[in-house]
Design a protein around this ligand. Structure first.
Ligand code: ADP
Ligand code: ASP
Ligand code: MG
Length: 440
């Protein structure tokens, strides 16, 4: 018997019907032994995620404002699921305790984590499976995941437990405080559990039929990707294709466990398989297109900068000492651009520019706000010539002004910088060129 770890996202667990449907999927395959759950997500476009409402409760409570009205909505949603599933174990005391803890000044991470916690309790009871709390297994230390301890604890708590429901998104530090991953982090829990139990497969069930070639919110009905390598996936999820949390790849990649992205609503669809190496020949050179808005590009020009052996170090240390992470650094012979997220540099920009002037003595220094980056990713690209030229051509025809372009050294991706306002048009134009163009 193979072991499958199956993670179900928030939209797959939005109400009682979807819980029932998830249970059906789980029971369909005896190999699905460890089920990791998210907090209930949106039931429709106007709805709220449970996690967002819990964070709102924390914000209100920490400002000594009334949070009870928001908590009442959370309570009602869980009670509806509880009732809809015909569960018997009392839910009131669980919710009362959470409410009391929020009132008593519980931490932000504790509050945020409770959606997964309750979701897990409900599904465990419905399936008749044990609930194993992630607080006992996912270990943080020094503000980071302690993966070695985590795998040890997963083995310790799950060996001999044939089936279990496990809440996603959170763990605990050495002092017993609840710690969460960043948003969307249940995907990481799923990957850690898969690795810890040495699963043969990590299934990630969501609301789309796998990874699509572009964000369906931008490109109508994009083509699904049948298979993709871990590396390509990393590039795409880092650049905004957040179907799977970007950190979720590492634990399973190291152990060579494939990830299968599946659609809960359409389980018969093939979905996307994420594998170490591409085996099948692709219909298109490009595997996927993804992007993010709101970057700032700081360009430093200086004649013969490469002759100054410490130029790069000085430039980088300005960002480092101001604690602004660098996202990318495309360069040409006499210039280097530093790309940072707008949110990270916010109030520090003046100081950073000042320090670059002092330490690097550039000939010219410019800062471009409101930039979007679009990544065109595909392992097939390194055998093809003219991919960049096609990207240029597509954007020129649309009248999009390219502010920056850079090709990764692996030649697996091309990064294009455009203004925020041109972002959607850029993704569309590139998609059309590589997908529609190749159909003909
Ligand atoms: P879950 O709640 O199951 O964790 P998420 O909302 O985190 O699901 O991720 C799925 C969503 O990711 C999709 O509904 C879709 O809107 C979005 N998305 C962004 N880029 C892509 C892409 N390239 N392919 C598929 N979905 C994408
Ligand atoms: N519930 C958390 C969030 O909304 C974690 C997750 O769904 O993965 O971000
Ligand atoms: Mg998600």
């Amino acid at each position: 018997m193979q072991t499958i770890t199956a993670k179900f996202g928030g939209t797959s667990l939005a109400d009682a019907d979807s819980f029932r449907h998830v249970a059906e999927i789980v029971r369909q395959h005896a190999d699905r032994r460890y089920v990791v759950v998210s907090a209930p997500g949106k039931r429709n476009g106007k709805d709220h995620k449970i996690t967002d409402m819990l964070l709102m409760c924390y914000q209100l409570a920490s400002h000594q404002l009334r949070f009870e009205d928001v908590f009442a909505i959370i309570r009602a949603r869980f009670e509806e699921i509880h009732r809809g599933l015909g569960l018997r174990q009392a839910l009131g005391p669980v919710l009362d305790e959470i409410e009391q803890n929020i009132r008593g000044g519980a931490s932000c991470d504790y509050c945020a984590s409770r959606g997964e916690h309750v979701s897990g309790l409900l599904l465990a009871e419905y399936l008749g499976w044990p609930f194993v709390d992630s607080a006992q297994m996912i270990r943080f230390g020094g503000g980071r995941l302690d993966d070695k301890a985590t795998y040890r604890l997963i083995r310790q708590h799950l060996s001999g437990v044939e089936r279990a429901v496990i809440p996603g998104y959170y763990g605990q530090d050495g002092e017993g405080n609840i710690v969460t991953f960043s948003r969307g982090g249940s995907d990481i829990t799923g990957a850690l559990v898969a690795r810890g139990v040495e699963a043969g497969l990590y299934e990630n069930w969501t609301d789309v039929s796998g990874f699509l070639m572009a964000d369906p919110a931008i490109v109508p009905d994009p083509r699904p990707i049948r298979s993709i390598t871990y590396k390509e996936l990393r590039e795409l999820s880092y650049m905004g294709a957040q179907v799977l949390h970007e950190e979720a790849v590492f634990p399973v990649r190291e152990a060579g466990i494939p990830i299968h992205i599946k659609n809960t609503q359409r389980p018969e669809d093939p979905g996307t398989l994420i594998v170490p190496q591409q085996t099948e020949k692709k219909a298109t050179i490009v595997t996927g297109i993804a992007g993010r808005k709101d970057f700032r590009v700081i360009s430093v020009e200086k004649a013969r900068l490469r002759e100054e052996s410490d130029f790069l170090r000085k430039l980088i240390s300005v960002f480092e000492s101001n604690e602004v992470p660098i996202e990318n650094m495309p360069s040409s012979i006499d210039s280097i651009s530093v790309i940072v997220s707008q949110a990270a540099i916010q109030n520090k920009e003046k100081k950073i520019l000042e320090e670059i002037r002092i330490y690097c003595q550039p000939d010219a220094l410019t800062s471009m706000p409101s930039m979007a980056l679009v990544a065109v990713v595909g392992q097939g690209m390194n055998h093809e010539t003219g991919v960049a030229a096609r990207v240029f051509g597509a954007l020129a025809r649309q009248g999009v002004n390219i502010r920056m372009i850079s090709q990764g050294s692996s030649e697996m991706n091309i990064l294009v910088g455009v203004e925020n306002k041109d972002f959607e048009r850029t993704v569309m134009a590139i998609y059309d060129t590589f997908v529609q163009g190749e159909k003909e």
